[in-house]
Ligand binder design. Structure first.
Ligand code: NAD
Ligand code: UD1
Length: 330
């Protein structure tokens, strides 16, 4: 089966390519490399000893996407391509809305034209906004306070409407919690552009000496130690979740949380990293980051029941694997 992976050279996409290839799928990647490097795909091929067909195209370009569909018989799409930095999305909202929404529209249009019925979409736990934890798939979505989050909500709605109209169209909307870690080989992982915004890459860059200390955004939340709680999920567990979703797809739209169901505080993650890798992470407490919520973790029963998938890797292996990748790639 030929799977088109948009954004396949990126962090989650590249790890998912490994799981797809190992599960026996043929993989075609479409990526404009705006936040990734071709070297990552070479490493994926090295790890799996399998080939990937690559197109350097922008998936908002309908002509280029159609050309790809003319050349290959595509059986399904996993649509990762998107811009993902929350702060940046507030500075350049039009670019975020255009890239993240138009790409979804173009791909859905091309699916309709070429009769492709399987579509897996990368959404985010950010769509739950300030709902009460744990987050369930059937909760009402809340405003997300930023264009990145809104682009995910809008893309979800578009796909839901399209699925009502195209007979046989099957969509899985996957809401990721906090992906961290790297492939166990240490060859591929997350490469932030500039100073990292997210916690784990920040910790690894402090550990390696690129940054002097971690700034913990607030210790006055109503959580057990006052720092923010998140549901960190190993990127390889997340990758395997995509294969499970692809296999299960059925007509209409299904929404799944991909998380572990367990919350970890910022301080707990710092301690786990220190313990796993025997490195001290200096930190200071600073004020809260605008837009952050106290706690965000998933209810994962639906994915477990319907997809037969669950995240198995521990916080310790997330810390070990993130660190191995940082060391290999500093
Ligand atoms: P990433 O930036 O590492 O990967 C995205 C890839 O898409 C990059 O390789 C980039 O070059 C490519 N891309 C962007 N716009 C494109 C376009 N118009 N045409 C072709 N290629 C394009 O990000 P990631 O962390 O792997 O995230 C993948 C998806 O998952 C994104 O849609 C993101 O919003 C979503 N997501 C990520 C997280 C996270 O914490 N990383 C959490 C929730 C959801
Ligand atoms: C952030 C985004 C979210 C996006 C996700 C993945 C915001 C407000 N939210 O989620 O929309 O889907 O990344 O890209 O940007 N922290 C620190 N110091 C740091 C970095 C983070 O204390 O230097 C804390 C945060 O306050 C939070 C936790 O660590 O409590 C996790 O932060 P982060 O990794 O940025 O993820 P989210 O905020 O959950």
């Amino acid at each position: 089966m030929n799977i088109l992976v948009t954004g396949g050279a990126g962090y989650i996409g590249s790890h998912t390519c490994i799981s797809l290839l190992e599960a026996g799928y043929s993989v075609i990647v479409a990526d404009n490399l705006c936040n990734s490097k071709i070297e990552t795909l070479k490493r994926v091929m090295k790890i799996t000893n399998k080939e990937i067909i690559f197109y350097k195209i922008d998936v908002t370009n309908e002509h280029d996407v159609e050309e790809l569909f003319e050349k290959h018989s595509i059986d399904g799409i996993i649509h990762f391509a998107g811009l993902k930095a929350v702060g940046e999305s507030q500075k350049i909202p039009l670019i975020y809305y255009y890239n993240n929404i138009v790409s979804t529209i173009i791909l859905a249009k091309v699916c309709e034209k070429y009769g492709v019925k399987r579509f897996v979409f990368s959404s985010s736990a950010t769509v739950y906004g300030e709902n009460q934890v744990p987050f369930f798939e059937n909760m009402n979505l809340m405003p997300t306070t930023n264009p990145y989050g809104e682009s995910k909500v809008i893309s979800e709605r578009i796909l839901t409407d399209v699925a009502k109209e195209i007979p046989g169209f099957s969509v899985a909307i996957l809401r990721y919690f906090n992906p961290v870690g790297a492939h166990e080989s240490g060859l591929i992982g997350e490469v932030p552009n500039g100073n990292p915004n997210n916690l784990m890459p920040y910790i690894t860059q402090v550990a390696v000496g690129k940054l002097d200390k971690l700034r913990i955004f607030g210790d006055d939340y109503s959580t057990f130690d006052g720092t923010g709680i998140r549901d960190y999920i190993h990127v390889m567990d997340l990758a395997e979740g995509h294969v499970a979703a692809l296999r299960y797809l059925k007509e209409g739209v299904q929404v799944y949380n991909l998380g572990t169901g367990k919350g970890t505080s910022v301080i707990e993650l710092v301690r786990a990293f220190e313990e796993a890798n025997n490195i001290k992470i200096p930190y200071e407490i600073v004020s809260r980051r605008h837009g952050d919520i106290a706690a965000c973790y998933a209810d994962v029963t639906k994915a477990s029941r319907e997809l037969g998938w669950r995240a198995n890797r521990s916080i310790r292996s997330m810390c070990e694997d993130s660190w191995r990748f940082e060391l290999n790639n500093k």
